[in-house]
Design a protein around this ligand. Structure first.
Ligand code: SAM
Ligand code: SF4
Length: 335
């Protein structure tokens, strides 16, 4: 049997997030600049290479794959890749195949995603106001996303809404969003904004809405019960006693999750990031391309990379400068 991936801190790596494209049909202000330069196509892993890469990780013990981007559903023929991954679900080696999407293409692809074995989808949506939605995503249109969510639910996909908490932007919609998710039986998670990319530092600090503050506001209306549930990631959960809803909080800037971190991230160019908050990475594209008929060098490169998984990350907002901020974009690493 192949030995599983265990890092130097005895954490088993069972979760791979894969960015399948750096392109997107939106330009969210906290994620991309308006005139992004995208990677030349030849830099990207082909769909066949993505399949080989993911299959190798599955062979090494990865049980959960999350497909992300950029916007994963704008990658040409991406459904071909999803249908390919279904064989790992069918064999039982892969326990879950999911994606994170802005929802713009869900009306088109939901049924196909379900057919490929996807059961849960994270949809990123920061506001229910059409004008604000157009502002924050620059190119996005809310009705299109809402239609996508309808289609996804009709196809049988369970939806989780991911909301980036932004001071002065969606603070006033907190309760509306909670109630909307309740009325549609969707899960909900709030995400603290992270210092990624090169979009004006100050703007981001201005927009930084601490989730502890958000929680306190929530507690003014609801009784919050802390849940012990852990997913190996940065999410923490509470239950709203009055509605029974489970609400997640992702605070990647605190160090409360590194010790149980079970995940690594693959970029669309085949770079493996062992930690979201650190620059260290391993190039897996070279071993993949150099030996098309032999996965041994790729496996060795993955194992070597995992020995370099750091204990934790270095984000720090505490001194009002974004120390430890990363130069790469979320759309490259995958959120
Ligand atoms: N395009 C897809 C989407 O928006 O869901 C997938 C990729 S996107 C990079 C993944 C997630 O990262 C989204 O939920 C997005 O809101 C989040 N994100 C992007 N930039 C962020 C930032 N600077 N801080 C916190 N979350 C961010
Ligand atoms: Fe696109 Fe997602 Fe980034 Fe928004 S957050 S620009 S939808 S990749």
């Amino acid at each position: 049997m192949t030995a599983p991936l265990i890092d130097p801190f005895q954490r088993a790596i069972s979760y791979l997030r894969v960015s399948v494209t750096d392109r997107c049909d939106f330009r969210c202000v906290y994620c991309m600049s308006e005139n992004m330069t995208f990677l030349p196509k030849k830099e990207l892993l082909t769909l066949e290479e993505l399949d080989r890469m993911c299959s190798t990780f599955v062979r090494l013990g990865v049980e959960k794959l999350r497909i992300t981007g950029g916007e994963p559903l704008v990658r040409r023929n991406i459904m071909h890749f999803f249908h390919g991954m279904k064989r790992h679900l069918d064999s039982g080696d892969l326990k879950e195949l999911t994606l994170t999407t802005n929802g713009s293409q869900l009306a088109r692809f939901s049924q196909d995603l379900y057919a490929a074995g996807v059961r849960r989808v994270n949809v990123s949506l920061d506001t229910l106001d059409e004008t604000k939605f157009a502002d924050i995503t620059r190119w996005g249109r809310l009705p299109q996303v809402l239609k996508g969510i309808d289609a996804a639910q009709a196809a049988g996909l369970r939806i989780k809404i991911n909301v980036v908490a932004l001071k002065g932007f969606n603070e006033d919609e907190l309760f509306d969003i909670v109630e909307w998710c309740k009325s549609r039986d969707m899960d909900l998670t709030f995400i603290e904004v992270m210092p990624m990319g090169d979009i004006g530092n100050e703007d981001r600090l201005d927009q930084y809405w601490k989730l502890s503050d958000l929680r306190r506001t929530l507690a003014e209306e609801y009784t919050l019960t802390e849940l012990t549930e852990r997913t190996g990631g940065p999410a923490r959960y509470v239950r709203l006693e009055e509605t029974g809803q489970k609400i997640g909080f992702i605070t990647p800037l605190t160090h409360n999750f590194c010790e149980s971190c079970n995940r690594v991230r693959l970029t669309c160019t085949g770079e493996l990031y062992m930690c979201l908050g650190q620059e260290d990475m391993a190039d897996l594209r070279a071993p993949l391309r150099n030996t098309p008929n032999d996965d041994a060098p790729l496996e060795a490169a993955i194992r070597e990379a995992i020995t370099r998984k750091p204990k934790g990350h270095d984000f720090d907002y505490s001194r009002q400068t974004v120390d430890g901020r990363m130069s790469r974009h979320m759309s490259h690493t995958g959120g």
